[in-house]
Design a protein around this ligand. Structure first.
Ligand SMILES: CC(C)(COP(=O)(O)OP(=O)(O)OC[C@H]1O[C@@H](n2cnc3c(N)ncnc32)[C@H](O)[C@@H]1OP(=O)(O)O)[C@@H](O)C(=O)NCCC(=O)NCCS
Length: 157
């Protein structure tokens, strides 16, 4: 799997850096996802964070500011299952939106996935999140007509 070094600089604003999530970030990242409307009752963000960190083929990257890089302004989860690279939990705190941080996070995840061997990056948008579609289209993503099907493996009906 690719290296996880932090990348300096971020978009149109100085003072931000992207680095992998680290111990102590978990609660702030879960809160970020909640504040950005990305958590559903059936998803446990702390479990997702733990799983992404436990697997060598996935990771979470955060864009941070402040002393020691402790203030988390955004995140992206990236994972490669051997066929495609996937991104989840793309989020930027409202007060730092429209500064290029979302794009920077996406480009960081793409580079990490490409280095891992993923030839293509995919993502899913909830149907009630129409606005964000324009964000991804601006990053040259295009809509693919697919039907997403799923089944719980933990006995959940
Ligand atoms: C989507 C999101 C991560 C974008 O973060 P951001 O830091 O504001 O994005 P950027 O500043 O990098 O924007 C890049 C471009 O996309 C455009 N863009 C960003 N968000 C947009 C939106 N909601 N609708 C339309 N265009 C958008 C911007 O215009 C920008 O282009 P420009 O600045 O050159 O005009 C942020 O709005 C967010 O956290 N949303 C809530 C969580 C969410 O829905 N995540 C996606 C889950 S699939």
């Amino acid at each position: 799997m690719p290296g996880n070094s932090a990348s300096e600089g971020s978009g149109r604003r100085v003072g931000f850096a992207i680095r992998p999530i680290r111990d102590g970030d978990e609660a702030a990242v879960a809160e970020l996802w909640r504040a950005c409307g990305l958590v559903r009752p059936w998803n446990d963000p702390l479990r997702d964070i733990g799983s992404a960190r436990a697997n060598a083929s996935s990771d979470i990257f955060v864009v941070v500011s402040g002393e020691g890089g402790r203030q988390i302004a955004g995140s992206v989860m990236a994972g490669y299952e051997g066929h495609r690279g996937w991104v989840y939990y793309v989020a930027v705190v409202p007060e730092h939106r429209s500064q290029g941080l979302g794009e920077k996070l996406m480009r960081h995840a793409e580079a990490w996935l490409a280095e891992a061997g993923a030839p293509k990056v995919k993502l899913m948008i909830r149907e009630d999140n129409e606005a964000v579609r324009r964000f991804y289209e601006g990053l040259r993503y295009r809509v693919e007509e697919r039907t997403v099907m799923s089944r719980w493996t933990d006995g959940n009906p």
